[in-house]
Design a protein around this ligand. Structure first.
Ligand SMILES: N[C@@H](CCC(=O)N[C@@H](CS)C(=O)NCC(=O)O)C(=O)O
Length: 250
């Protein structure tokens, strides 16, 4: 079947915040991959991750079947739609892409949860995601969610470090990732590949939102880094490229 006769994929993800595709690095990654691959989809705003087959977002519904996990979804779509964004990469570049993915998704994503959902500078902005919860129980729900995140990050390990140590570990992640990045326009040069979706997935919520942190300051000071994020947004999400002051802060 071609894309023309398939019904569009349903993409279940957190409601958007700020002038980026999604604050969640995994939701942002998947939607970016879909845009690079030019696969049509419909967004279904889903504030509650427990609705998904694995209790996390994003997930998709494709031909009545629900699939969870951004990487598994990408594998499924690559196979069923015959798309391979990484076809021209050599073995070394594919290995590099996997190491970047592991650095950003298995370490930096936890730091993002810390800076955006626990740290005051982040929570001040992200608490608005509870605005749809009835006012009576809003403080309770928001405290409960924060407690769950604290528990997750304690078990994972990063919360056993000081703020300074957590930030330093994230700067190390980014120094390594930026050292591998080409001069552009994309991670491996002329064409956008799967790793661009992953890098933009985490970079967008770090540098294109008003959430302040030393990581944001560091990345915005690195030559080409902010320009890369803005270029990815302008090319694949032109609807967010010129945010109004309200959208930038929302
Ligand atoms: N490996 C998964 C990770 C997805 C994930 O961790 N999603 C987070 C949001 S960034 C989530 O749904 N968290 C809710 C929870 O764990 O309750 C993927 O690639 O999709």
């Amino acid at each position: 079947m071609t894309n023309a006769v398939r019904s569009p994929i349903k993409l279940f993800q957190f409601p958007r915040m700020f002038a980026i595709p999604n604050l969640s690095p995994f939701c942002c990654k998947l939607e970016t991959w879909l845009r690079i691959a030019q696969i049509p989809y419909e967004v279904v705003d889903t504030p509650d991750p427990r609705k998904g087959p694995k209790g996390k977002l994003p997930f998709i519904e494709d031909g009545g079947i629900r699939i969870a996990d951004s990487s598994r979804i990408i594998e499924h779509l690559a196979k069923t739609r015959g798309v391979n964004l990484d076809a021209h990469l050599d073995a070394g570049q594919r290995a590099m892409a996997l190491l970047v993915q592991r650095t950003l998704e298995e370490h930096y994503a936890f730091v993002l949860a810390y800076t955006h959902l626990l740290r005051d500078e982040g929570f001040r902005h992200t608490r608005t995601r509870f605005d749809s919860v009835p006012a009576m129980i809003r403080p309770l729900v928001s405290a409960l969610v924060q407690r769950q995140i604290r528990k997750l990050l304690w078990t994972q390990g990063i919360l056993r470090h000081s703020d300074e140590e957590i930030i330093e570990s994230a700067l190390r992640d980014w120094r390594a990732v930026l050292a591998m990045m080409s001069q552009g326009p994309f991670f491996f040069g002329a064409e956008a590949t799967g790793v661009d979706a992953i890098v933009f997935g985490t970079l967008a919520s770090t540098v294109l939102t008003p959430i302040e942190s030393p990581i944001r300051d560091f990345l915005r000071s690195q030559p080409g880094c902010l320009a890369y994020a803005e270029r990815m947004r302008a090319q694949f999400f032109p609807e967010f490229a010129h945010p109004t002051p309200q959208e930038s802060a929302a």
